[in-house]
Design a protein around this ligand. Sequence first.
Ligand code: TRP
Ligand code: ZN
Length: 498
Amino acid sequence: MPTTTPTGVRAGRSVSALICAVAVGAVTACAPSEGAVAPSQAAVAPASQAAVAPASPGAGASRGTTGAPGIGDPDFPSDGNGGYDVQHYDLRLSYDPSSRNLAGSATIQAKASQDLTSFDLDLHGLTVSRVTVDGAAASFSRSKDELVIEPARRISNGDPFAVTVDYSGVPQPMRDSANLGQYGFIPTSDGAFVTCEPNGAKTWFPSNDHPSDKATYDFRITVPEGLTAIANGEMAGTPQTKAGKTTFVWQEKHPMASYLATMTTGKFQVRTGKSDKGLPIYVAVADSFRGSLDPLFTETGKITDYWSTVFGPYPFSSTGGVIDDYAAGYALENQTKPIYGGFSPEPAIIAHELAHQWFGDSLSIGRWRDLWLNEGFATYAEWLWAEHTGKYTADSAFRRYYANAADPMWAYPPGTARSDDLFSAAVYTRGAMTLHALRREIGDEKFFPLIRAWTDAHRYGNVTTPEFIALAERVSGKNLKGLFDAWLFQPKRPATIT
Ligand code: TRP
Ligand code: ZN
């Protein structure tokens, strides 16, 4: 169980006790008037984050023709791999909840970014029986969470190649890192709860397990008849049942970070339909949450439609959500279908997870230290939802947090999320406060167009903090280095906003 921040459990929930005194109908209706903001520390050194390059597919220190075992994220040096860029995962999976055995065949279409006589995939546990590269048997070995593959023939820089890995075994979730307790493929009594942020995709399929290498996905998941297997994107055709087993085919046609992939399985009640704006919705709830099926369906459609008016067009082909009966106590923004672990989410949490569809899923960070670009935005979206529904204003939330000078988040600069405390309250709350300070500094008439320009410019791509700062300066025409430095990079409480 997470102790602090992930959505659903953190203390910030109590901010909803604040009530906006003014009835609000639109996002800006409860907005503060644009005030002159003290140019706090405008003379301080420029934001100190620029020295570190983002990870990128194919990056990572290459040694000759050996693909690097990490993609180049300085805080997660063995996550992802170098030497290639994945385009597509074709995952054929069969799961038996009674034995907890997962049998898989993963075909990965990639493109080499250097000459390769060997390269790695990330894989945690499980037994590999066979690997082929472009149809020819390849030799392979295991070293910790790296599957090292030596193709029969050298792959040339720029060439596309396909690697197929056949494997099976009992998946072992990741434990006790990044303040999350367990994550990855978590077996449950009737199936599996699959939530992989930040690096748990490798608990169920061989992958380039880092958000800087996004790819499209096909899933073909076979489970005992009577169970439902839920993955990302949309279902292709009707599930087929044969000899007591049902196969579900799902396709995510938009690029997706590996940690957003899921194959959550169990006994579910399912409802499908469309939002008012015509977007397909798929929601599923474990039997014990039957009463939440219709509310989840309705809120998900309503909130997705609303965010598309605030953040820009919805990036994917469907929206949805899943409530499993595994009591994780937190939620994860799995692409197209956030998952809620053992609780019926209040609208603020649905608003948070659906905001992640833009911030995190469509626009993905290229290195984990930039996590505030996901969690700060999603937390700020909770405040915007509260403004929209008239519950409280973003300004009142900001002031409430600001008032606590002893909050540990002031010692944690959220612009550099730490690998040992990745999902810290600072990344969520101080990240959201950063956006509010920015909104006050540049005014609603620049802030909301900036957010739409941001989602538009980097749709389906990777982003970094310096890119956001640069766009904010361009859209506003202001020098914002002092503001961002104080809010994101200094280990102390910034001067207040006006
Ligand atoms: N991103 C999630 C949120 O704030 C929190 C989270 C991080 C998480 N890692 C996770 C949830 C792993 C489930 C599993 O919405
Ligand atoms: Zn979040």
